[in-house]
Design a protein. Structure first.
Length: 219
């Protein structure tokens, strides 16, 4: 009985690996459209096996003065409302609070001091006066340390396009004005049933990316 189960697992694993390989080129076979302006294939295109209710994303770099066409296609068992969004990653200035700066500057690293009373003599203390540690000096030191840290930024995602607002149109064309760091997010409709997911609830999803140099307009 164990041998039968083991043999079944091997067959299922082999079929799964074959499906992954076949699906990896799905965007080339199924997403291309002979209509419209001819564009070159972009190697950032992707395909993957996705399940109903699953969301997945990948990164795309769009280069300045290039026209892009993004086409999303999927196997029919996943339905006609596969959703995709396009986000742009941007750096936004995030000014730290005063207490956050102090916490980082004066953070205790947990080290223990190995100094004993014998290491210090009364002469050592004569070199320091109360004037050396005024409130103004302390404030200035904190300010200088904070400036040395430089401006603080955080990455945010700005939504540029959502095909659910356009009748789940599987295609979009745009021109990149300046280099853009984008995120393509794909969502398959349906509820995620976890381990009970059946084969018919999985399928290939492809994202074909094409581009060409922008045409100059005007005189």
């Amino acid at each position: 009985m164990k041998q039968v189960i083991f043999f079944t697992v091997i067959i299922f694993s082999a079929l799964s690996a074959k499906a992954q390989i076949e699906c990896s080129q799905y965007h080339k076979k199924e997403c291309s459209d002979k209509e419209g302006v001819f564009m070159k294939y972009d190697g950032q295109s992707k395909s993957a096996i996705m399940a109903k209710g699953q969301k997945s994303e990948f990164h795309l770099v769009a280069y300045n003065a290039q026209d892009y066409r993004i086409t999303v296609c999927n196997e029919s068992n996943l339905g006609n409302e596969v959703r995709f969004k396009i986000y742009e990653k941007q750096k936004v200035f995030a000014k730290p609070k005063a207490d956050e700066v102090l916490e980082e500057v004066f953070e205790d690293d947990g080290a223990t001091d190995d100094y004993s009373e014998d290491d210090y003599s009364e002469d050592d203390y004569d070199d320091y006066s109360e004037d050396d540690y005024t409130e103004d000096a302390y404030s200035e030191e904190v300010a200088v340390t904070a400036v040395k840290r430089g401006p603080q930024f955080k990455l945010v995602k700005e939504l540029l396009y959502d095909n659910s607002q356009n009748g789940y149109n599987p295609k979009i064309e745009f021109t990149a004005e300046g280099s853009m760091s984008l995120i393509i997010e794909v969502t398959v409709p349906g509820s995620d049933s976890g381990m009970k997911l059946k084969v018919r609830e999985k399928g290939c999803v492809g994202v074909l990316i094409e581009r060409t140099a922008s045409q100059r307009t005007g005189f």
